[in-house]
Ligand binder design. Structure first.
Ligand code: ADP
Ligand code: MG
Length: 621
């Protein structure tokens, strides 16, 4: 048997890096600026340790473009590199000094973390450059080093006359990447990735106006700082006012309304997680098209596509999550299964539930006012996350047509007193449009029943979920056929018509009604009830609505199935039996049309015909 080492041919590695290492080209800027930040963090630590002597000067990072020379330069005032260190860290791909450095200064001051890890970031420079130069002067007393490489495996290393401590990375931009010689493009990328990096970053210039004592204005051009090195989420929550939180929100989302409230995440153990999550004013519809939470790692922007990292219902929130414990540069599907990511997600879900429970407990009125915006989030959370559902039972609200709010338990208590339920099953009535179902809501109220408003897209699923999970409650829309069953049970009406008369009546109605999706039912309701009502089977209707939502219209057809309920105890109905055929048919047509009209179900031709008939009737002399 033979054992050996597989050798990787280094000539092949550049094209691979160039093509596959990062899916987005602009990431090179994130990597190089991160390295500059790391170098700056390191020199600061060295100084604290007494290893780097003297005044460090202004610790900043500057970028500049030279259009003639076609270069983009990133300069820092960090610890620098000696020629030997360049050989060691740059010439060996995938060797990072980060571990070594962290090992060396373990426990000194762990607040400022090092971004680099993999020892691959630097080479992303070759995604946009055909030549890269490094000019670096170490904090150690050595002459400055000059390295250059054209993207092959050969490099040149010599000295140069750089006087100041720090490193210049000079990118000779390749022809297929000239956009990175445009100030606007570089600004855009810096704004995306580097907006909250912890040391001041300067790019381009801005003009400021000064006024002297005699009020004369002078304009001066100064370098423009493009970042906020101390964003709100890294500050101590104790030091922040509501105003600070709102200002930071505006910094993130300049065009949005003020958020409802926020949660400051600040955990060191068992994982490191910082961030601020905002509850935006939500609408009743889903807005999942794009998540609005930005993921950072040590203040470096990583992604705003966190849909697959956190549960979908959390993506309705906005804000920033910063965790060096979420592994970067690995595939999303891998991240979902990552144990750290799972723990972090569970933590966030818990914090969010805590916050909602707290507001509900401390200021229910305030909570109720915000409910419209919270409802979709909470309901979606209940449906999709068991842990969240467990907590949300306390504060998930149901709203009735009078604008009163109840927790699920409170509501059960409320309707219990009204229902003689043998089987312990409570019937909750709801409307999803107070306008369209107005007459039915009135009828239910007349009989002392309460009606909930369930008008969000998610409500069908939500009710289904509650029925399934809670077990002893069912939801029926006010116009569902069960309403008249409830009414029936309530009033124990006997029909004034004989069996034969009822049969006859049914055939009369069926003869007039052409619509095959309608079923005629005779019911002995109260004489004060309308002569004809429309009801819909709850199950059929929900099925239809859901299949329509999922775009499967064809499955159930566009037609709505409904019942035409004839109230056999209404005087006008018994009179029908005594009328001649023409008169009877006209009356039946009119009663049914009126019932359909109250439901918004009379449209098109039948509606025009009905209106014409009515006018003729009303204006007949
Ligand atoms: P990583 O950042 O993951 O360590 P990189 O490929 O980005 O990997 O960088 C490799 C090493 O090169 C770094 O660990 C650091 O030692 C050194 N280096 C890169 N850029 C700079 C810089 N601007 N100043 C000082 N050292 C640097
Ligand atoms: Mg790096």
């Amino acid at each position: 048997m033979e054992k050996g080492n597989i050798s990787v041919s280094t000539e092949n590695i550049f094209p691979i890096i160039k093509k596959f290492l990062y899916s987005e080209h602009d990431i090179f800027l994130r990597e190089l600026v991160s390295n500059a930040i790391d170098a700056t963090t390191k020199v600061q630590k060295l100084s604290q340790m007494g290893e780097a002597k003297g005044d460090l000067g202004e610790l900043k990072i500057s970028l500049s473009i030279d259009k003639e020379a076609k270069t983009l330069t990133i300069s820092d005032r960090g610890l620098g590199m000696t020629a030997d260190e360049i050989k060691k860290y740059i010439n060996t791909i995938a060797l990072s000094s980060a571990e070594e450095f962290i090992e060396k200064f373990k426990g000194v001051d762990d607040k400022s973390a090092i971004i680099g890890h993999f020892g691959l970031g630097f080479y992303s420079a070759f995604m946009v450059s055909n030549k890269v130069e490094i000019k670096s002067k170490s904090y150690k007393d050595e002459s400055a080093a000059h390295w250059s490489c054209t993207g092959s495996t050969e490099y040149e290393l010599g000295t140069c006359d750089k006087a100041d401590r720090g490193t210049d990375i000079i990118l000779h931009i390749a022809d297929d990447a000239v956009e990175f010689l445009e100030e606007s493009k570089v600004s855009e990328v810096l704004n995306k990735y580097c907006k909250f990096l912890p040391f001041p970053i300067f790019f381009g210039t801005e003009e400021i106006t000064n006024k002297d004592e005699s009020n004369t204005e002078t304009k001066t051009t100064i370098p423009k700082q493009i970042n906020n090195p101390v964003p709100a989420w890294v500050k101590n929550p104790k030091d922040l006012t509501d105003e600070d939180y709102k200002n930071f929100y505006t910094e993130l989302y300049p065009y949005e309304f003020d958020p409802l409230f926020w949660i400051h995440l600040n955990t060191d153990f068992p994982f490191n997680l910082k961030g601020i999550l905002y509850f935006p004013k939500l609408k009743k519809t889903f807005e999942f098209n794009k998540s609005k939470i930005h993921l950072y790692s040590n203040q470096v922007f990583v992604t705003d596509a966190i849909e697959q990292i956190v549960p979908e219902f959390l993506t309705l929130l906005q804000g920033v999550i910063d965790s060096p414990d979420i592994p970067l540069n690995v595939s999303r599907s891998y991240l979902q299964g990552d144990p750290n990511v799972k723990k972090i997600t569970a933590h966030i879900v818990k914090k969010v539930a805590d916050k909602l429970a707290e507001i509900f407990k401390n200021n229910r009125e305030d909570f109720e006012q915000k409910w419209e915006s919270l409802a979709v989030f909470v309901k979606y959370g209940i449906i999709s996350d068991e842990k969240f559902a467990e907590r949300a039972k306390e504060f998930c609200l149901l709203k009735n047509t009078e604008g009163k709010y109840f927790t699920i338990e409170e509501y059960k208590e409320k309707i219990k007193t009204n229902q003689s339920s043998k089987d312990n099953l409570l019937n909750a009535l709801y409307a999803n449009s107070a306008d369209a179902q107005h007459s039915f809501i009135d009828k239910a109220h007349d009989r002392g029943y309460d009606v909930l408003i369930m008008d969000a897209v998610i409500d069908n699923h939500f009710m289904q979920h509650l029925e399934y999970k809670t077990g002893n409650i069912t939801f029926k829309r006010v116009d569902a056929d069960t309403l008249d069953k409830l009414i029936e049970k309530d009033e124990k009406q006997e029909s004034v018509l004989s069996e034969d008369e009822q049969k006859e009546l049914k055939t009369f109605f069926e003869a007039v009604i052409e619509d095959k999706t309608a079923t005629v039912e005779l019911k002995p309701l109260s004489p004060d009830e309308d002569p004809v009502l429309i009801t819909k089977n709850e199950f059929m209707r929900r099925m239809q609505e859901m299949s329509r939502l999922s775009g499967q219209d064809a499955m159930m057809g566009n037609k709505e199935f409904y019942n035409i309920v004839v109230n056999t105890n209404h005087k006008a109905v018994s009179t029908l039996l005594k009328e001649d055929e023409a008169k009877r048919n006209e009356n039946i047509r009119n009663y049914v049309d009126l019932a359909l009209l109250s439901h918004g179900m009379l449209t098109g031709k039948p509606l025009s015909a009905f209106i014409k008939r009515s006018f003729q009737h009303l204006t007949a002399v």
